[in-house]
Design a protein around this ligand. Structure first.
Ligand code: CA
Ligand code: CA
Ligand code: CA
Ligand code: CA
Length: 342
């Protein structure tokens, strides 16, 4: 049962584009889902993260895309429900994707969001009560999209890596932003990857305790693997060939060999590709799995349409099955546009 949960957690998280916190708990047997509730939140939901933003030990949700100028916050009540969203104004062209991390070392989760058209990234420092201080946006590469947070250069401060999807001209780079430990960042170097990099994921694929990156290149059907060399340097190894329009990424040990594997949502072919890790940072491609049309779609479609078609069982050899999911619907209205937090 637990192995099945691991499978479902990884793919479900990938499918929804959700950071793994809640689904990780589920995978560990700490959370049991009995029924499905669909939340109608309006807007064009693009990306979300799950953290306890107001310190009440209950997971909340921060969403990019519900409001064109704000990050939206859904406060968890602990019973699986979320009251109306409240909004934190960030500025125009807000926001394409969102990630979380503790950027100033106060053990309170902070947020970073991308502004694709403005070529910028904004950081929101959490106060611990569900409100945030919004910093000056930083100009990064061409058309930033997905972000990931972690200590990429080994100085113990949380850094950011941002895919430059490219707007309006396609790009093939990932921008690295070194954290100073106080909530500020310095735009550092760029890494060359494939065309139109969209999704990005941070993990240690080769077990050397140095962070590695996987980048889904949406225009060339490949996932770039960049192995960390220490001090913020990365070296590319052979890319993983996947389906059409790879977008979302998830990591986990899907075949129970103690080596991390990759799952890749292919937006253009409605498939999920699995790369089985060899332990040296390279991956063996497993046959892609077809899923329902739109189930791995990018942007807002991931959440609104994805609930109807889920993965229902896992297999230990790197394959998985697909089945329908059932449940009931629950509406959540979009909240007032004031500047409050949770
Ligand atoms: Ca913090
Ligand atoms: Ca760092
Ligand atoms: Ca590594
Ligand atoms: Ca494995």
């Amino acid at each position: 049962m637990l192995k099945t949960r691991r499978w479902m957690a990884a793919v479900f998280g990938l499918w929804l584009g959700i950071q793994p916190t809640l689904f990780g708990l589920w995978a560990q047997g700490e959370v049991a889902f009995i029924a499905r509730w669909d939340f109608l939140v309006g807007g064009s939901l693009r990306s979300l993260v799950v953290e306890d933003f107001n310190g009440d030990q209950i997971l909340d949700v921060a969403v990019a895309g519900l409001d064109p100028t704000s990050v939206s916050l859904l406060r968890g009540l602990g019973d699986g429900t979320f009251p109306a969203a409240r909004h934190v104004p960030v500025g125009d062209d807000c926001c394409n994707e969102i990630t979380s991390g503790d950027f100033n070392g106060d053990r309170i989760p902070d947020l970073a969001v991308s502004h694709l058209v403005a070529h910028r990234v904004s950081v929101l420092i959490g106060w611990g009560n569900g409100t945030f201080q919004v910093g000056e946006p930083m100009t990064v590469g061409n058309g930033p999209l997905a972000l990931v947070a972690g200590d990429l250069n080994g100085d113990s401060f949380v850094d950011l890596a941002v895919t430059n999807w490219g707007f309006p001209i396609a790009s093939n780079a990932v921008s690295l932003l070194w954290g100073a430990g106080d909530g500020t960042f310095q735009v550092a170097s760029r890494l060359t990857v494939g065309l139109r990099p969209a999704g990005i994921l941070l993990a240690d694929f080769n077990g050397d305790a140095l962070p590695d990156l996987a980048v889904a290149n949406s225009a060339d059907g490949r996932v770039s693997i960049l192995l960390g060399q220490g001090e913020g340097r990365f070296e590319a190894v052979g890319p993983l060939l996947v389906g059409v329009g790879p977008r979302g990424l998830a990591v986990g040990d899907f075949n129970d060999d103690k080596v991390l594997d990759l799952a890749v949502a292919n937006n253009g072919s409605d498939t999920v590709s699995i790369g089985l890790g060899r332990g040296d940072g390279t991956f063996q491609a497993a046959p892609a799995m077809a899923v329902a049309r739109g189930a791995v779609g990018g942007g807002g479609r991931r959440f609104r349409r994805g609930y109807g078609n889920g993965f229902s069982r896992g297999q230990r050899d790197g394959r998985c099955g697909v089945g329908p999911a059932g449940g009931r619907r629950r509406d959540v209205s979009d909240g007032p546009g004031d500047a409050g937090g949770l």
